[in-house]
Design a protein around this ligand. Structure first.
Ligand SMILES: [Zn+2]
Length: 192
């Protein structure tokens, strides 16, 4: 079965945000390290268009989140949280957000795109060329790296797969160099 088949089965072929039944497609809830049902939702064109283009937001459409925020699926809850955060200046979305409870790792996922934060508050990780880094990306070292707490040096050109971002600090990512999980400075890596 494809991801779309699985999502149709899970949702009864309705938009998991607003329950519309037309123009449904798989929408991946970023950042996606493994694509699949757990990191996706089934969403209608109206929802997808507005998610992707904040300029096209119609706050009233999102009253639907009143129901979908209680979904049992984390990916749906994450999208509900993000859209409520985007709309919180309307008032009612803020009340709904206050009622929502997300497990800590789900909340981290919800916050990963910086939705609801002012541009200046967003923590955005960029590589040496200014390319935006996301959880799950692979990078190469552009400089020899001394591994903290060991005598090991990772050579320039070493690939580091499936990095994770430090949510507090835009200059740090974590990744495995050989068997060792280590902190790496973003300006010394290049996304591959
Ligand atoms: Zn929808």
């Amino acid at each position: 079965m494809s991801v779309k088949d699985d999502l149709e089965a899970r949702s009864g072929s309705t938009c998991e945000l607003c329950t519309a039944t037309n123009n449904l497609e798989v929408f991946e809830v970023e950042p996606v390290s493994i694509s699949g049902v757990d990191s996706s939702i089934l969403a209608c064109e109206t929802c997808r268009t507005q998610i992707e283009d904040p300029e096209k937001m119609d706050a009233n459409h999102w009253r639907c989140l009143n129901d979908s925020m209680w979904s049992e699926y984390d990916s749906v809850k994450v999208m509900a949280w993000r859209m409520l955060s985007r709309l919180k200046s309307e008032g009612w979305p803020k009340d709904l957000l206050d009622m929502m409870y997300l497990e800590p790792e789900v909340l981290n996922w919800a916050k990963a795109t910086g939705e609801g934060l002012a541009e200046s508050e967003k923590i955005i990780h960029r590589d040496v060329n200014g390319v935006i880094l996301q959880n799950g990306d692979s990078v190469v070292l552009v400089k020899d790296l001394k591994i903290k707490g060991s005598s090991q040096v990772a050579k320039q050109g070493t690939a580091v797969r499936r990095i994770s971002l430090d949510r507090e600090n835009a200059e740090y990512i974590e990744g495995k160099v050989g068997p060792t999980l280590t902190v790496i400075i973003t300006k010394y890596v290049k996304k591959i």
